[in-house]
Design a protein around this ligand. Structure first.
Ligand code: 5GP
Ligand code: ZN
Length: 114
């Protein structure tokens, strides 16, 4: 069993502001928001990073995007636009090795990212 912050939040062994959950996917607010709206969409299954996605995870990874879309609609940031980010590895600044999609919105984003 890996010692993982996001596994603990998903299992409710650690506090987290969960905004959505189903049998496969959980979304919760980022503890250090970088935009007016900033939440994370994660699978319940512990997949460390994009590099660890397996062919059998194809449908699950697709579901992360569908949940992100549904929540941006419900929160009301979808029409103005938002950004999805999956940091992967050291150069990208991945800090938590449980795959997650950052959903950022509610302000204008700049490009290129930092
Ligand atoms: P990464 O840098 O791995 O792409 O993103 C990890 C994200 O998780 C960061 O934005 C960070 O603020 C968030 N985070 C780290 N620890 C916790 C925590 O205990 N609870 C919540 N809700 N978010 C966390
Ligand atoms: Zn985990």
């Amino acid at each position: 069993m890996v010692d993982c912050t996001f596994c603990r939040i998903i299992a409710k062994q650690m506090p987290g502001e969960i905004i959505y959950e189903d049998e496969e996917v959980v979304a919760f607010k980022d503890i250090n928001p970088q935009a007016p709206v900033h939440f994370l969409v994660v699978p319940r299954k512990h997949i460390a990073s994009v590099l660890d996605i397996q062919p059998e995870d194809e449908r699950l990874i697709g579901r992360l995007l569908l949940v992100a879309k549904k929540l941006t609609n419900e929160i009301g940031i979808s029409t103005k636009g938002f950004r999805l980010v999956i940091n992967t590895g050291d150069n990208a600044g991945q800090n938590i090795y449980h795959i997650h999609i950052h959903v950022l919105g509610g302000r204008r984003m700049t490009w290129p990212p930092g």
